[in-house]
Design a protein around this ligand. Structure first.
Ligand SMILES: *[C@@H]1O[C@H](CO)[C@@H](O)[C@H](O)[C@H]1NC(C)=O
Ligand SMILES: *[C@@H]1O[C@H](CO)[C@@H](O)[C@H](O)[C@H]1NC(C)=O
Ligand SMILES: *[C@@H]1O[C@H](CO)[C@@H](O)[C@H](O)[C@H]1NC(C)=O
Ligand SMILES: *[C@@H]1O[C@H](CO)[C@@H](O)[C@H](O)[C@H]1NC(C)=O
Ligand SMILES: *[C@@H]1O[C@H](CO)[C@@H](O)[C@H](O)[C@H]1NC(C)=O
Ligand SMILES: *[C@@H]1O[C@H](CO)[C@@H](O)[C@H](O)[C@H]1NC(C)=O
Ligand SMILES: *[C@@H]1O[C@H](CO)[C@@H](O)[C@H](O)[C@H]1NC(C)=O
Ligand SMILES: *[C@@H]1O[C@H](CO)[C@@H](O)[C@H](O)[C@H]1NC(C)=O
Ligand SMILES: *[C@@H]1O[C@H](CO)[C@@H](O)[C@H](O)[C@H]1NC(C)=O
Ligand SMILES: *[C@@H]1O[C@H](CO)[C@@H](O)[C@H](O)[C@H]1NC(C)=O
Length: 819
């Protein structure tokens, strides 16, 4: 290194001094205030910053919009995330000449370039000396400057699509006015959309999600003091505290978060789901923790008229055959309210034009039927078809038994691949030109003959080709083989093996699984990955790392397919299905015995130990649950879907999003946004172990509307020394009591709040193998809150204890006492 010569050094120093000075000055100049008072105004790039600098208020542009809005967003996170918008349906085009200020009547107003009022707080104000302050909770408050305790107006009373901690969502008992969360219209447009969330106007304590202010399509169930009855998974939300307040003037819900480090929000999304998101600083993104209704296609009219929803596809919405998007630009931005329109007008009514053919019907099987059908009895299908054909506003019919159902007007809520009760085969009316026009009789005959000649020779050619390729393959050995001994399958081969993907084995977070049979009659499971966005090269490299991971308790990957947009994984087939189907069923003759359960618990622990400790890179599974434990012919367990979290992008959100609202197995560190380690798998394993012991889901709604949370019950009974009540009653006590206690202790250790207190999977194996002894675990703080004897839920203590007390003792006492 050559030192710079003195003059240059001096020059450098003065330059940096200047820079420093400049920085100081500019910092001072830009150090924003948190309030607007009488003679001040906000324009252009000026901003208010709340006192603790959690939130900012100013002009912003959503997405790619060319309009500007006054909004509040987070100051400390890298993604612009508006939580409130003032002028949501009155945008402005030029922020430098617009002004947010307090006007002569004391209200806060937004004036555009021509000085006309675009938006106002419109409060009933008697004071002429008001001040508007942005608070650190994200609330923008208009107060009387001489009496700051008196709130004249606040943004928390006029929420847009976001419900922040501390915000209220309820109803004013005097005016009957309901506070709604209303979705944005599209990704770019914050004006009120078609979906909203609000409390029951009739007085009960439940929430409804509402479409177009008219259709309630989901209900939270009533509040029983602890949870909403249709949302039992709220029980694991011990980082949140919900309160129901009913006073003389209002009744509402509010919630708080136990730590100010947690950045979280509820949003009424443009997809019609109410979503809870939390910011994960490590991965710099919002992750979806919870959403309702759980199935995306349950959002009412999600795809608009003549749009069809498919739960297993991404994007979820497409136009049905013969239709196209009415407004492709809106559609692309997530606003599908206008749905789809016919490509070709119906012939109906124009019956005298000889050249036009009559309308015809297109067969759509496995469809959820649209709303508003008219059903009557009829003798045969052709009469039903005729009934539809004879009325120009009839767009579809279905016929089943003797019941003929007709649909008039727009078709809403169509869903493909639907297997539920209100579906079947739908016949959709289309213009004849949407079908290939049928040939004249004579020609058909000629073509048929021609076809059969060509067909025979083609057949011969194909047979020859097959023999030839077989021979070639025989000479070259196995088909195309990739790294790690994996077979690179061809898509068409997989389609043939699975009989055009006809036998569905199951549906995971990452895609559907189909049964297939290879040429040597070996049975395979083919997983079609959905929402895979990465290129072929990365896919191959990730797949080959999964292929290397082999253990007797991990499902073996045979091969993959990567052609065009298709990404498939080929696994060994597990004849006894997944653990959830073996555990949670009502057939008393087919109860999984204790010995098998214990072996399953042990096997999965071994598989996870291998993933965590013995692979080249530590693999965190991220999605341990009974659905991902498969059982072979002898009920030996094998863990499925490992490595997929990584394969589908390192981001946690994908994993979580695919969980579709089941957070029961999620470790608290997911929710609090801290780093995820292998101990997150240990937590999920513990939750699953409880279910193996009890044979029931941990979160369960009992008949008396009182939800049951099994881990709390089990932990308490374990400590009280009464374990007989813990075991699955269907086993009628046929189990080694000592093993039940052991498993139960392990489970409670695994779900300790602090990850340092949880054992490693290796230790779990040793305990279950009876190599290590295990002490009585402490009851996790999270579980103590669900004590049935306590009438109320105590959240506040937790926040203090969890961070300080537990951590100090953890590394010494927990691991120490465990061993
Ligand atoms: C606002 O301006 C008026 C006159 O311009 C002045 O009398 C008043 O004191 C100012 N108020 C504040 C709060 O600065
Ligand atoms: C904005 O436009 C860019 C480029 O056209 C596109 O990639 C991006 O997805 C758009 N963002 C939104 C929110 O529409
Ligand atoms: C505004 O306040 C006055 C006086 O308190 C009251 O009489 C009036 O009804 C209020 N108006 C509204 C719309 O609340
Ligand atoms: C506010 O009202 C008081 C009394 O009504 C009046 O004396 C004062 O001048 C007003 N102030 C402003 C700034 O308008
Ligand atoms: C505002 O409230 C605080 C505490 O509640 C009280 O001490 C204070 O006197 C109040 N201020 C006014 C102007 O009423
Ligand atoms: C509210 O009550 C009325 C009358 O009892 C009923 O028609 C309506 O469906 C109820 N609304 C809801 C959302 O339950
Ligand atoms: C919503 O309801 C209004 C009338 O209440 C109706 O005019 C409008 O067409 C509806 N919107 C849709 C998308 O159906
Ligand atoms: C149908 O026939 C009537 C009478 O022949 C004629 O007036 C009418 O224009 C025809 N309509 C169409 C659509 O061809
Ligand atoms: C068209 O069909 C309707 C109903 O089937 C019939 O009343 C009408 O006469 C027909 N028009 C012509 C021009 O054939
Ligand atoms: C078609 O059906 C609708 C709905 O049932 C009915 O209102 C209308 O009158 C019918 N039109 C004809 C021409 O039969």
């Amino acid at each position: 290194m050559v030192p710079p010569n003195p003059p240059l050094l001096l020059y450098h120093m003065s330059l940096s001094l200047l820079l420093l000075l400049f920085l100081l000055v500019s910092k001072q100049a830009s150090s924003a205030s948190n309030a607007i008072s009488l003679n001040q105004s906000l324009s252009g790039k000026q901003k208010l910053v709340s006192e603790g600098s959690n939130f900012v208020l100013g002009f912003f542009q959503p997405g790619n919009s060319s309009y500007y809005y006054i909004g509040i967003w987070y100051n400390k996170i890298s993604q612009l995330t508006p939580v409130w918008v003032a002028n949501r349906d009155a945008p402005i085009t030029e922020p430098t000449t617009a002004e947010l200020k307090i006007c002569s009547d004391g209200n806060l107003v937004l004036l555009d370039q021509s000085n006309s009022r675009v938006w106002s707080t419109d409060a009933n104000i008697t004071s002429n000396n008001t001040v508007a302050v942005l608070l650190d909770a994200g609330n923008f408050v208009l107060k009387d400057a001489s009496n700051p305790n008196k709130t004249l107006w606040q943004s928390f009373d006029h929420q847009t699509d976001t419900w922040l901690p501390g915000g209220k969502l309820g109803v004013n008992k005097f005016t009957g006015q309901i506070q709604h969360l209303t979705s944005w219209k599209s990704l770019d447009d914050p004006s009120p959309g078609i979906y909203s969330l609000g409390i029951d106007p009739n007085g009960s304590s439940q929430y409804f999600t509402v479409w177009n202010n008219s259709v309630n399509y989901w209900s939270s169930g009533i509040w029983n003091g602890e949870i909403f009855t249709a949302v039992p998974e709220m029980m694991s939300h011990y980082l949140y505290s919900f309160q129901y307040v009913s006073s003389d003037t209002e009744r509402y819900f509010t919630y708080t978060v136990q730590s100010s480090d947690i950045i979280t929000r509820f949003v009424m999304g443009i997809s019609g789901q109410i979503q809870q998101l939390t910011w994960v600083e490590n991965s710099q993104e919002w992750i979806l923790l919870w959403s309702q209704p759980k199935q995306q296609c349950q959002a009412f009219a999600l795809c608009g008229p003549y749009g069809s929803c498919n739960e297993n596809a991404y994007p979820f919405c497409t136009c049905i055959k013969g239709f196209r998007e009415q407004s492709p630009a809106d559609w692309a931005l997530g606003d599908r309210t206008r749905g789809c329109v016919r490509k070709t007008k119906l012939q109906c009514g124009k019956n005298n034009s000889s050249r036009q053919k009559k309308d015809r019907f297109f067969t759509m099987s496995n469809m959820r039927f649209p709303d508003n059908m008219q059903t009557f009895q009829v003798g045969c299908a052709s009469k039903c078809e005729l009934a539809c054909l004879n009325n120009c506003s009839c767009n579809a019919y279905s016929f089943s038994g003797r019941a003929c159902s007709l649909w008039y007007g727009d078709l809403l809520n169509l869903q493909e691949m639907y297997t539920g009760p209100s579906g079947g085969t739908l016949f959709l009316r289309l213009s004849a030109s949407e079908f290939r026009s049928p040939r004249k009789e004579k020609r058909v005959v000629i073509i048929e003959i021609a076809c059969s000649i060509i067909g025979t020779s083609a057949l011969l050619a194909i047979i020859y080709l097959l023999i030839w390729t077989r021979k070639r393959k025989g000479m070259m050995g196995i088909p195309e083989s990739a790294e790690g001994g994996l077979i690179a399958f061809r898509y068409n081969d997989l389609r043939r093996m699975s009989n055009n993907f006809s036998e569905k084995l199951g549906e995971g977070g990452f895609g559907s699984v189909f049964k297939g049979v290879m040429q040597d009659s070996k049975v395979i499971a083919i997983k079609k990955l959905e929402r895979y966005s990465q290129g072929e090269k990365q896919f191959r490299s990730e797949v080959s790392t999964i292929g290397i991971v082999q253990h007797s308790n991990l499902v073996r990957l045979h091969g993959f397919c990567s052609e065009g947009n298709n990404r498939l994984l080929v696994y060994e087939y597990m004849p006894n299905g997944s653990l959830n189907t073996q555990l949670f069923h009502n057939n008393p003759n087919n109860v999984l015995n204790w010995k098998r359960r214990y072996q399953i618990a042990l096997g999965i622990a071994r598989g996870l130990t291998y993933l965590h400790d013995h692979c080249r890179d530590c693999i965190i599974h991220c999605d341990v649950k009974p659905e991902n434990v498969l059982l072979d012919a002898s009920f030996a367990p094998k863990l499925a879907d490992f490595g997929l979290a990584k394969l589908l992008g390192r981001d946690a959100s994908r994993v979580l999003t695919t969980m579709r609202g089941t957070i029961g197995y999620l470790a608290p560190e997911w929710i609090s946004g801290s780093a995820i380690t292998a101990k997150a798998d240990v937590y999920s394993y513990g939750m699953m172990l409880f279910e193996i012991i009890s044979g029931r889901r941990n979160f369960e709604q009992t008949d008396d509307q009182k939800p049951r949370f099994f881990p709390t019950l089990a932990a308490r009974k374990l400590v009280d020394g009464d374990v007989t009540g813990i075991l699955d009653q269907r086993l009628e006590g046929d189990a080694k009591l000592e093993e039940v206690i052991r498993a139960c202790k392990v489970a409670v250790w695994c779900i300790q709040d602090d990850e340092n207190c949880r054992p490693t999977m290796g230790q779990v194996v040793q305990i279950l193998e009876e190599v290590l002894e295990v002490n009585m675990p402490p009851i996790p703080q999270a579980l103590q809150m669900f004590d049935e004897n306590l009438g109320t839920v105590v959240f506040s203590e937790l926040s203090l204890n969890r961070s300080s007390e537990v951590k100090e003792t953890s590394s010494t006492s927990a691991t120490g006492s465990l061993l």
